[in-house]
Write a protein that binds this ligand. Structure first.
Ligand code: 2BA
Length: 109
């Protein structure tokens, strides 16, 4: 058995969970925050048999799209009288960051 842990954009999470549950998978969503952008995202856990992992990955691919987000870099150390005009830089986020973990034991009691 595997645990598929996918970190996805919040706007994709609902559609992905609908697709997963519609295909008969069980899923759990938690609200998470990316360490770099410090913006909300969603982490979705799916426990499933090894043979079903490719189908889960396909649903993730089909329902999560890549986005460009703009970030203001941290300002440099300034001398008095200097002015800093921040130039936003673009960062590609997603479709999804996916980890597939081996499950040592699963119990549903
Ligand atoms: P964040 O950490 O907020 O990262 C958002 C996006 O910023 C990343 O998109 C990547 O394009 C960029 N980024 C992250 N760290 C960077 C750095 N040190 N330098 C330059 N650019 C950087 P994704 O790679 O698609 O990641 C989306 C979210 O997935 C991340 O949000 C984080 O929450 C999670 N994630 C990605 N890789 C991970 C990992 N190895 N372990 C745990 N979580 C991860």
């Amino acid at each position: 058995m595997k645990l598929v842990m996918s970190i996805v954009h919040g706007d994709d999470a609902g559609r992905l969970v609908d697709a997963l549950t519609g295909a008969g998978f069980r899923a759990t969503t938690i609200s998470t925050t990316g360490g770099f952008l410090r913006q909300g995202n969603a982490t979705i856990f799916v426990g499933t048999e090894d043979a079903m992992v490719p189908q889960v990955l396909k649903l993730i691919r089909d329902n999560c799209r890549t986005r460009t987000q703009y970030v203001n870099p941290l300002p440099p150390v300034m001398e008095p009288g200097e002015m800093y005009l921040p130039t936003p830089v673009d960062v590609q986020v997603g479709g999804a960051t996916v980890f597939v973990l081996d499950v040592v034991e699963f119990e549903h009691v």
